[in-house]
Design a binder for this molecule. Structure first.
Ligand code: ADP
Length: 482
């Protein structure tokens, strides 16, 4: 169990971020340490070398004034005053043979570097080297210099102090870096957890949603950071999905309902005919009614297919040059009898020349649906007017206005959904597919339909379609062979 949690933790993004944070911190600290370490060593060596050069110059001065005896006296005094362990002082001949030593010579195991003497005699400049005494864990910085005619001084300085200093620096650094790395890991863990806390919330919400709870939303912290933006986008998407799912549910309910009624009617009719029919006429009646119901069903199914295909772009819009004035005028003429039967005034106000490129049959269905609605939803004595407006912004507009029952604000956008019908008590019998079909046609032609309405006063459905210059239409039609 514990091992499982540990493995899960080691795989978490927060853990990996922490590791990166602490790792980068440790690496940069180590680089800084290496830099300072070599800087300190360099400074200390410079200092030691300067001291050695100064002392060599001092001995050279004593040599000039008091000769070798003076030098030997100073070296002996230096050894007595406790410098024996600190300093090595030897006088050598130009062949490297030693002829005088300061003090008890604590450094007797340190030899004379013949090569350094050779270099010194060739260049004339003092030669400096470091001698490491492994057994004694000590080191010596040695300078070889000529302090008088034929007299070479080998002057050494113990590096014990410097080594102690560097060791202390190392210890201090390692302890500090250890503490800082732990601190960096703790801060990194805190920051990573804080930054990713929203992700956990989103993941938990997503788990709930995939479990079927479509109401859940990802939490928004209010920090307005990237995680909040992600949660916001996700929630927006979920709202859309929920609306779509609800819409699909409603649509399947409506389809089921609309299919059920005619099928039930057909079945009832068949059952009654079977049990009560006595003459051939009864059977003929049943057959005629069945055909009528089937036609209605087929019409509905075809309308559904037509909308789906048009919306999906599967149904091709056959490009023809369509004179909208003529098309709308013909449709108005066709509906005149219906309008008269309903005691309505139906009028058409033609507009200026408006040729568009489109599919005349599809456009006819769209116009017929809008006219049919305007007449159906306008009570007797009302007025239905179809107006074709001049082209504005390369668009032609056809308004279908009526003085009918109007549409409530809440319903106005939804009436274009498939199978949506407003309050059943106000709606005439219909499939609820008319407006979605009309909008699908308008959109397939690069246009759209909008509605303005006041409840109880009437509605205006406006179809806007792109107007194409005649020359362009001719060109397109000739290229498609029409
Ligand atoms: P239906 O076959 O029910 O008419 P539509 O898609 O054509 O289906 O219309 C959807 C709903 O919009 C109708 O049920 C009706 O309530 C409302 N509607 C459509 N046109 C009008 C109109 N001109 N005036 C008032 N209500 C309308």
């Amino acid at each position: 169990m514990f091992l499982k949690r540990l493995t899960a933790l080691s795989r978490s993004l927060a853990f990996r971020l922490t590791l990166w944070y602490a790792g980068i911190f440790a690496l940069s600290s180590c680089l800084a340490f290496v830099f300072f370490y070599y800087l300190v060593i360099d400074v200390l060596r410079e200092q030691t070398d300067d001291n050695l050069r100064r002392q060599l110059a001092a001995f050279s001065g004593i040599m000039q004034v008091d000769g070798i005896t003076g030098v030997q006296q100073v070296a002996a005094m230096d050894a007595l005053s406790g410098g024996d362990k600190k300093r090595l002082i030897r006088l050598l001949s130009r062949f490297g043979t030693q002829f005088s030593v300061g003090g008890r010579d604590y450094w007797q195991d340190v030899g004379v570097n013949a090569e350094a003497i050779r270099d010194l005699l060739t260049s004339g400049a003092p030669v400096i080297e470091t001698v490491v005494l492994g057994e004694r864990k000590d080191s010596l910085r040695i300078i070889y210099g000529v302090i008088g005619p034929g007299v070479i001084m080998q002057l050494g300085h113990s590096l014990a102090e410097e080594i102690r200093l560097i060791n202390a620096f190392q210890r201090l650094f390692l302890t500090t870096i250890g503490i800082f790395c732990l601190l960096a890991a703790a801060i990194g863990w805190f920051l990573a957890r804080r930054a990713l806390s929203g992700v956990g919330g989103i993941a938990a919400a997503a788990r709930k949603i995939s479990g079927g709870d479509l109401q859940t939303r990802a939490p928004i912290s209010g920090r307005q950071d990237e995680i909040d933006q992600l949660a916001g986008t996700l929630n927006h998407m979920l709202d859309r999905i929920q609306t779509l799912v609800r819409g699909i549910g409603e649509m399947s309910d409506n389809i089921a309902h609309d299919l059920k009624s005619p099928v039930t009617r057909i079945r009832g009719l068949a059952e009654i005919t079977l049990t009560t029919a006595q003459t051939d006429d009864d059977y003929q009646n049943m057959a005629a009614n069945t055909i009528e119901e089937c036609d209605r069903l087929l019409e509905m199914i075809n309308a559904m297919l037509f909308i789906s295909r048009t919306e999906a772009g599967v149904r091709e819009v056959r490009p023809e040059a369509v004179d909208l004035n003529a098309l709308v005028g013909d449709a108005v003429q066709l509906f005149e009898t219906t309008a008269v039967d309903k005691h309505l005034a139906l009028s058409f106000e033609a507009g200026p020349h408006a040729r568009i490129r489109g599919d005349a049959r599809m456009l006819q269905r769209m116009i017929a649906n809008l006219l049919d609605n305007a007449i159906r939803y306008t009570p007797a004595g009302g007025q239905v007017t179809v107006t074709l407006h001049g082209a504005a912004n390369d668009r032609v507009q056809v308004d279908f206005s009526d003085t009918g029952i109007g549409i409530a604000e809440d319903d106005r956008e939804r009436i274009f959904e498939r199978f949506y019908r407003c309050d059943p008590s106000r709606s005439e019998s219909g499939s609820g597919l008319g407006l979605s079909l009309a909008r699908a046609v308008a959109r397939a032609h690069g246009g759209d339909i909008t509605v303005k309405s006041t409840l109880g006063e009437g509605s205006i459905f406006s179809v806007r379609l792109p107007l194409v210059p005649d020359s362009q239409i001719e060109k397109d039609l000739s290229s498609t062979g029409k």
